[in-house]
Design a protein around this ligand. Structure first.
Ligand code: CA
Length: 246
C-alpha cells in the first residue's frame, strides 16, 4: 500500500444559493469522489449527494468481501448502482424529474488506480512537474472540438459550454468511462468540478499544484483563486499526494 495524503474543499459559487457539488474522501478504501449535480431548486444537491453516498457505500460494503473484482469493475458497478438509485428517487418523487449529476472517482489500489467518470468533472495528475488531464469531458462543446467545429478558446466561452452529454440519473443507458492509471510516489492527483476549470486555465491549475506544499494548501489556493476571479459556479477540489510504500 502507498501512503496517501489527501484534502478536499468545496465552496458555493457567487451565482448560487445552494452548493450542488459534493465530494468524499474515504481513506479506508482509498476512494476519492467529486460530483456536480444539476436540476431545478435544490435538486442538484440531492442528485450529487445521493450518487456520492451510493458509490461510497457500495465500495465500502464490497471491499471486505474481496470477491476478486478489479477496481475498475467495482467502480463501474458502483456507478450503475448510483445511477439506478438516482432514477429510483425520481420515480418516487416526480418533482425531482430532470435531476442528475456528474461524477469522477479515483480508487487507488497499490501501484494502480481505477478512474471512472461521467460528465465534466475532471481528474488531473501532476507528475514530475507536468500536468496531465486524464479524463475527457462528456460535454457538447468537447464533442464539437473533437469534430473540429470549435477551437478550445471558442469552447471556453460558448453559451452551451455547460451542457453535459452524460450524467448519472440521465436518460438512456449509462455509459461510464473507465480506465486504469499507474500511481507512483510523488504523483499529485486533482479531482475537481467544472466550477474550477471554467475559471482557471490548466496552466494556472498546474502552477498552483506545483507550488503548494501540501494537499490542504493546494485545495485552499485553488478555491481562493477561483473566488478571487468571482467564479459564479460551485467549486470543489480534492487533492491527493502519493507517498512511498508504507
Ligand atoms: Ca458545476
Amino acid at each position: 500500500m502507498r501512503r496517501l495524503a489527501v484534502s478536499g474543499r468545496s465552496d458555493v459559487g457567487l451565482a448560487r444559493r445552494h452548493n450542488e457539488d459534493c465530494y468524499d474522501v474515504d481513506t479506508t478504501h482509498n476512494l476519492f469522489l467529486v460530483a456536480d449535480g444539476m436540476g431545478g431548486h435544490s435538486h442538484g444537491e440531492v442528485a450529487s449527494s445521493t450518487a456520492v453516498r451510493e458509490i461510497r457505500d457500495y465500495i465500502g460494503s464490497y471491499a471486505p468481501l474481496d470477491g476478486g473484482l478489479s477496481a475498475a469493475d467495482l467502480l463501474e458497478t458502483a456507478f450503475r448502482e448510483a445511477h439506478d438509485r438516482v432514477l429510483r428517487k425520481i420515480r418516487e418523487d416526480r418533482s425531482l424529474e430532470g435531476m442528475g449529476t456528474t461524477v469522477v472517482a479515483l480508487l487507488v489500489r497499490g501501484d494502480a488506480a481505477a478512474v471512472a467518470h461521467v460528465g465534466d468533472s475532471r481528474l488531473y495528475r501532476l507528475r514530475e512537474g507536468e500536468l496531465s488531464l486524464l479524463t475527457e469531458d462528456h460535454t457538447w462543446v468537447h464533442e464539437q472540438m473533437t469534430a473540429g467545429f470549435l477551437s478550445a478558446a471558442q469552447a471556453r466561452v460558448h453559451p452551451l459550454k455547460n451542457v453535459v452529454t452524460r450524467a448519472l440519473g440521465g436518460e438512456g443507458r449509462l455509459q461510464v468511462d473507465i480506465q486504469e492509471v499507474d500511481v507512483a510516489p510523488g504523483d499529485r492527483f486533482l479531482l475537481c468540478s467544472d466550477g474550477l476549470t471554467t475559471v482557471l486555465l490548466d496552466e494556472e491549475i498546474g502552477r498552483c499544484l506545483r507550488h503548494a506544499p501540501s494537499p490542504e494548501d493546494a485545495c485552499h489556493h485553488l478555491v481562493r483563486t477561483t473566488q478571487r476571479r468571482s467564479g459564479p459556479d460551485d467549486v470543489t477540489v480534492v487533492v491527493l499526494d502519493v507517498g512511498p510504500a508504507s
